[in-house]
Design a protein around this ligand. Sequence first.
Ligand code: C2R
Length: 186
Amino acid sequence: MNHARASGPEHGPDARRFIYTKHIQFFTGMNMKVGIVMGSTSDLDVMKGAFEMLDKFGVGYEKKVLSAHRTPHALEEWIDGARERGITSFIAGAGGAAHLAGVVAAFTTLPVIAVPIMSKALRGLDSLLAMVQMPTGIPVATVAIDGAKNAALLAVEIMAVTDKGLQEKLREFREEQARKILETEI
Ligand code: C2R
């Protein structure tokens, strides 16, 4: 008789953690998601890259236009209770005097990924420096100028620490990326 070996995350070495995560999600009715915030609608063209990437992985997100400078109280309110709403990390995109990601990080211990937006006056160098030079104790992970897609990939990788399905999707994504390059003829 042919005994097919059971496969899939619920049978592997991390089975207990996988089943535990699924139970938590089932009993709380809560799906893990990413919190995406940008300082202005003028950042939307770049930040759409994060939406597209999360859509590709089937990862949900909340998206907001909020500013540490212009709407500080509303920003704090949105961050309040984020963990209870299923948010596992934040992505914050802003340009110029880009304090947004740092202020998000000040209000939460969830991981914060910063996207410096290309500014007109200084071509994003101002945004980059404002985000990357955080004081010790309040970390922010800063990606490249306009690097919204990589920010989303990092958010998926954070979620994938406890999600075998996402680990598999990330592996496939990398394989597909490599395949496309290797098949390219010039
Ligand atoms: P407008 O186009 O609305 O004038 O905004 C935004 O992210 C945007 O790139 C110009 C730029 O100002 C940025 N902004 C920040 C913050 N709020 C808005 N850097 C903040 O809180 O850090």
